[in-house]
Each structure stands twice: as structure tokens, then as C-alpha cells.
Design a protein around this ligand. Structure first.
Ligand code: FE2
Length: 299
């Protein structure tokens, strides 16, 4: 039986007693989903996993999003498992070298929202005994509860438009080596709209569902009014009191809830300090189905 040990911080728990290279029972999946709702970020230490294991475990939570801006690279085994790395082979990066370095939530730019991110730490840079390249989170359950009552009223039935190109273009403007998006890539990712306050399918509580990376404007509001309200929400949601940093250890399998948290990758390592993470982004194709979410409530 697996055992959940909370970090004691605003987010995060360690799951002991799980071997994710094996089949996960429905009972254990229920415990994991329940813990995900409560703690937002779950660490499974000491896992020995190949890309196929990462893919199989990720699929338990919903459909895996492959390459967000193009077709899957079917020349690779398990193309649905992405690579985040600054490692180069033959002069080329083997994966995304600077993914996620601005605060954001994965996949809010999709019509089907993102649910879970699954990351497996293959190589983690360490300097002077300290791990680098951490992942920092902010707790959107807490943020919602802390919002002033008048702001909650303003947001009650509001929806916001999320745009994939916002984060991509901002990263380029800051010097990222990523290429400009082509017209075809932009067409694949038209802006989409989501409620600003979402009811979380596991906890049944409200969360603030907007993020500086992708949220472009609040629907039906004048641009200036929308910009001012979003600037306020972005500042509010990043206060230290809501934040938690995961410091990586190799062989950590980390999952987090994209509906209830926002995050960023901390770029504190040099090009010669190699980081290699395997990642699956899982969409919310199952979690809004009450029969599936019931697994968590039964735990
Ligand atoms: Fe991300």
C-alpha cells in the first residue's frame, strides 16, 4: 500500500511505497488522485523508469498531448514523451533547452485544458552539493480563497482568453533560441477561452485559473480594464506565501496538478551543467468525468 507524506509546505507530498514500473491498482490511483487534489505536487522518489513506463503511468490520468505545435516525431520510440534538456548531440539540442522559464500553466492554450504534468528526472545538475534547475509552484486553491471578496464577485462568471503564442513570443523577445512560430503552427493553436474561476474536479473547491504565460485578456472587457485586472491577478497569485519549490533528485518522478497550480522552471544552471527530464503533458480528458474523479473521492 502506498503512503502519502506531506511536505508541510503549502504544496507538495512524497509518495512512498510505489513502483511505477509496475501496474498501478485503481485503489492506489485513487490515493494518488486524492493526494494530487490536496497537495498539488507529488514526488515519487527512487523510480527506475524508461520512457515507456513514463508514458504508461501518464496515460492513467488522461490523454497525453504530444508535440503542441506539430505532428509527433514518429521516428522516435514513445514520441509522446517529450525531452526537456540543454544537452546537445551533434551540435543540436536533443529537447527543449528553456521550456517553462516564465510563470505559466501548461496547456491552458488548449480547448481541452491540461490536467497533469508527469516529469522524470534523468539527469539533474548539482553544484556545491545543491541541486539546480528546480521547479517552482504557486497554489491556486489558496490564491482563490485569499482573493478579496469584491474581486471574486467581478470574476464570478468571467472567462479569459489564453494564447499559446504569448509565452513563445515573450521567450523569443527575451533572447530564447527557439525559432519564430510559422503561420501553420499559429493556425494549429488558435486562442481559446476558459472560466477564470474553475471548480476543481477533485477537491470541489474553486481555483483561480489564469497565468501570466498564456492568459491574454478577460473576455468582454475593454483592453485597459482587462490589462489592469490581469496585472493585479498575476501579482497577487505570485506572492511568496503561496509558493513552493521542488528541488530535484535524479530518479524522482514528479507529477503536478495543472488545474490547481501554476509553475515555472528555475534557470539557475550553466550550459555545461546538464539537465535531462522526460515529460508527458496529460490533458483533462478524464478528470471531469465524475466516474473517474470518484476514484479520488473514494480514497
Ligand atoms: Fe510547464
Amino acid at each position: 500500500m502506498i503512503h502519502v507524506e506531506p511536505t508541510g509546505a503549502v504544496l507538495g507530498a512524497t509518495i512512498h511505497g510505489a513502483d511505477l514500473s509496475k501496474v498501478v491498482s485503481d485503489d492506489d490511483l485513487g490515493v494518488i488522485l486524492h493526494a494530487l487534489g490536496q497537495h498539488g505536487v507529488l514526488r515519487f522518489p527512487e523510480q527506475d523508469l524508461g520512457p515507456g513506463d513514463v508514458s504508461r503511468f501518464s496515460s492513467l490520468f488522461g490523454e497525453i498531448q504530444g508535440n503542441p505545435i506539430g505532428p509527433l516525431d514518429t521516428t522516435r520510440e514513445f514520441p509522446e514523451v517529450g525531452i526537456l534538456s540543454n544537452l546537445k548531440e551533434n551540435g543540436q539540442y536533443i529537447g527543449s533547452p528553456d521550456a517553462g522559464q516564465d510563470w505559466h500553466t501548461d496547456m491552458t492554450y488548449r480547448d481541452v485544458a491540461g490536467f497533469v504534468n508527469v516529469l522524470y528526472g534523468v539527469r539533474i545538475p548539482v553544484r556545491d552539493g545543491k541541486p539546480l534547475g528546480g521547479t517552482e509552484f504557486s497554489d491556486m486553491h489558496m490564491v482563490h480563497d485569499a482573493l478579496p471578496a469584491d474581486v471574486k464577485v467581478r470574476l464570478e462568471n468571467a472567462a479569459a482568453t489564453h494564447d499559446f503564442t504569448k509565452l513563445w513570443d515573450n521567450m523569443r523577445a527575451k533572447g530564447s533560441p527557439r525559432p519564430a512560430l510559422t503561420d501553420e503552427q499559429r493556425r494549429r493553436r488558435p486562442p481559446v477561452s476558459h472560466p477564470v474561476l474553475l471548480t476543481h474536479p477533485i477537491t470541489g473547491r474553486k481555483v483561480l485559473y489564469c497565468n501570466p504565460g498564456f492568459t491574454d485578456h478577460i473576455d468582454g472587457m475593454k483592453r485597459e480594464e482587462s490589462d489592469a485586472l490581469l496585472a493585479y491577478l498575476f501579482e497577487f497569485q505570485l506572492q511568496e506565501r503561496f509558493r513552493y519549490t521542488h528541488h530535484w533528485t535524479e530518479k524522482d518522478l514528479l507529477i503536478w496538478d495543472n488545474l490547481g497550480t501554476i509553475h515555472r522552471a528555475i534557470a539557475d544552471y550553466r550550459p555545461d551543467e546538464i539537465r535531462l527530464i522526460r515529460r508527458c503533458q496529460v490533458m483533462a480528458t478524464k478528470i471531469f468525468d465524475p466516474a473517474f474523479a470518484h476514484l479520488a473521492r473514494a480514497a
